[in-house]
Write a protein that binds this ligand. Structure first.
Ligand code: S3P
Length: 179
């Protein structure tokens, strides 16, 4: 790995778990945009949504990406599920490194996030409808942002990381060979 690797995808796709496993193998600490935003803002994401609204949170995500762009040390970066929605963020992601889309089925998201109260966008009634709707809407944008796509359903963390490593290597080689 000679550039940043950035994990994108829907809530519950495993960006943080996969990122921790991947970073651990390389002897690195995972860089997580949600965690950095919470540290900088001094409050939880659910609190930012409640006090300032989703749009303010999206601005914080853009600022965080720009900060990461200034840092030259190669990292494994996991992102919030909505970060690639803004076009300007997708442009920064491309500059930041190899973007890996962790694909996940709605059923897996629902199983993993059952009872979760930390995701403001998946609270209240009809969580299943929300997951299906948002995932359907976002898949196109995740694909637009991605250099590499990795289906994750039914795979172990190690299997996913190995697949990412292989695909990232291919992508980096292709980048060197591109005129
Ligand atoms: C969001 C995903 C969350 C977090 C925030 C908004 C989204 O991160 O950034 O609740 O819009 O999909 P995870 O993908 O890590 O759950």
């Amino acid at each position: 790995m000679n550039r940043n690797v950035i994990l994108i995808g829907f809530m519950g796709a495993g960006k943080t778990s996969v990122g921790q496993c991947y970073a651990g193998r390389l002897g690195l600490r995972l860089t997580d945009t949600d965690e950095l935003i919470e540290e900088t803002a001094g409050m939880k994401i659910s609190e930012i949504f409640r006090q300032q609204g989703e749009e303010s949170f999206r601005v914080l995500e853009t600022q965080m990406l720009e900060r990461l762009l200034e840092d030259g040390e190669p990292k494994i970066i996991s992102t919030g599920g909505g970060l690639p929605l803004r076009e300007e963020n997708r442009a920064v992601l491309k500059k930041l490194g190899t973007v890996v889309y962790l694909q996940v089925q709605p059923e897996t998201v629902l199983r993993r996030l059952e009872g979760d109260d930390t995701r403001p966008l998946l609270q209240g009634e009809d969580v299943e409808g929300k997951v299906r709707h948002l995932l359907g809407e976002r898949d196109r944008l995740y694909r637009l942002a991605a250099d590499v796509m990795v289906p994750t359903d039914g795979k172990s963390l190690d299997e996913i990381v190995e697949e990412i490593e292989g695909r990232v290597r291919q992508d980096e080689t292709a980048g060197i060979e591109r005129p």
